[in-house]
Design a protein around this ligand. Structure first.
Ligand code: MG
Length: 249
C-alpha cells in the first residue's frame, strides 16, 4: 500500500512525458512530410458498361475460345455463338492457356431460362482459380441447396454474405479479386489464398481466406503450386458466358 503514491506519481510523469513527446513530434511535422509522390499509378482507361479496362486481358470477347483449352487436351469444345459461349455438356471443363497468380476477374454468366433440375443440379458451373479454388456458379434464385454451395459461395468454405441472384435466363456478373497463396521454398504455407466477390455489383465475399482447394468430399489441404489456369466447369448444365476478362495484379 505504501508504494501506491509513488506508483501513481510515476505513471503521471509517464503520461506527461508521452504528451510532451507527442506534441513535440507533431510540431516538427509539415504537411509535405506525409505526402508520397512516388510511385505514380499507371493510367487505366476504364471500360464502359462492363467492357474491359485498357490494361485487361480479354479471355473471351465474343469471337472465339483461342484463350482456352480443354482440360482433356486440345481446343475448348464449348459452343460460341452470337458473342456468347455455352457449355457443351460432356466435353469437360475448359481452362485458360495463360497461367495467372493474383487477379481481378470479370465474368458474365446466365443460367438456362428453362429451369431443369434442382439444388446443385440446376444451372451449375464454377470459376476455379489455379483450377482448384472454386467460386460457385449456380442458379440460386429460389433454389434451395446447402448455403456453402450456393451461387457466390467459395465452395464448401464460405457462405456468401447475401444472395444477390437474378432469375433464370438473366445475365449476371461476378467481379472477383483473387489473391493466390504463397509457399516458402521449404513448401510451407506462408500466406493463404483469399477472395473477394461482387455478385451483380453486391459484395458477397469480403476478402475471405481459403483453408485450401475446394473439395467435394472431405477437408481441404493446401499443396504447393505456382501460377495456374482459370477454369470454367462443365457440370452438365447448358450455362452461357460472355465478356470474360482478367487483370493481373
Ligand atoms: Mg460448380
Amino acid at each position: 500500500m505504501e508504494n501506491t503514491p509513488l506508483k501513481s506519481s510515476m505513471s503521471f510523469a509517464a503520461i506527461l512525458l508521452f504528451f510532451a513527446t507527442y506534441t513535440a513530434a507533431a510540431q516538427e511535422f509539415t504537411p509535405s512530410m506525409t505526402e508520397k509522390w512516388d510511385p505514380v499509378p499507371d493510367i487505366v482507361t476504364s471500360g464502359q458498361m462492363g467492357s474491359p479496362p485498357s490494361d485487361a486481358i480479354a479471355l473471351f470477347d465474343g469471337e472465339n475460345l483461342n484463350a482456352w483449352e480443354s482440360v482433356r487436351g486440345g481446343d475448348a469444345a464449348w459452343m460460341v455463338d452470337g458473342g456468347e459461349v455455352t457449355v457443351n455438356a460432356g466435353t469437360g471443363d475448359i481452362r485458360t492457356r495463360q497461367k495467372f497468380s493474383d487477379v481481378q476477374l470479370h465474368i458474365e454468366w446466365r443460367t438456362p431460362a428453362v429451369v431443369e433440375g434442382d439444388g446443385q443440379g440446376r444451372g451449375n458451373s464454377g470459376v476455379f482459380f489455379h483450377e482448384i479454388y472454386e467460386v460457385q456458379i449456380l442458379d440460386s434464385y429460389e433454389n434451395v441447396t446447402y448455403s456453402n454451395g450456393q451461387a457466390g459461395s467459395v465452395y464448401k468454405q464460405h457462405i456468401p454474405l447475401v444472395n444477390a441472384s437474378r432469375g433464370p435466363g438473366e445475365w449476371q456478373t461476378y467481379d472477383i479479386i483473387f489473391r493466390s497463396p504463397v509457399f516458402s521454398t521449404e513448401g510451407d504455407l506462408v500466406r493463404t489464398a483469399a477472395v473477394t466477390v461482387l455478385h451483380n455489383g453486391v459484395l458477397i465475399q469480403n476478402h475471405v481466406e481459403l483453408i485450401g482447394p475446394s473439395r467435394y468430399v472431405g477437408l481441404p489441404e493446401y499443396g504447393v503450386h505456382g501460377p495456374g489456369s482459370i477454369k470454367l466447369q462443365d457440370h452438365g448444365n447448358p450455362m452461357t458466358f460472355r465478356n470474360i476478362w482478367v487483370r493481373e495484379l
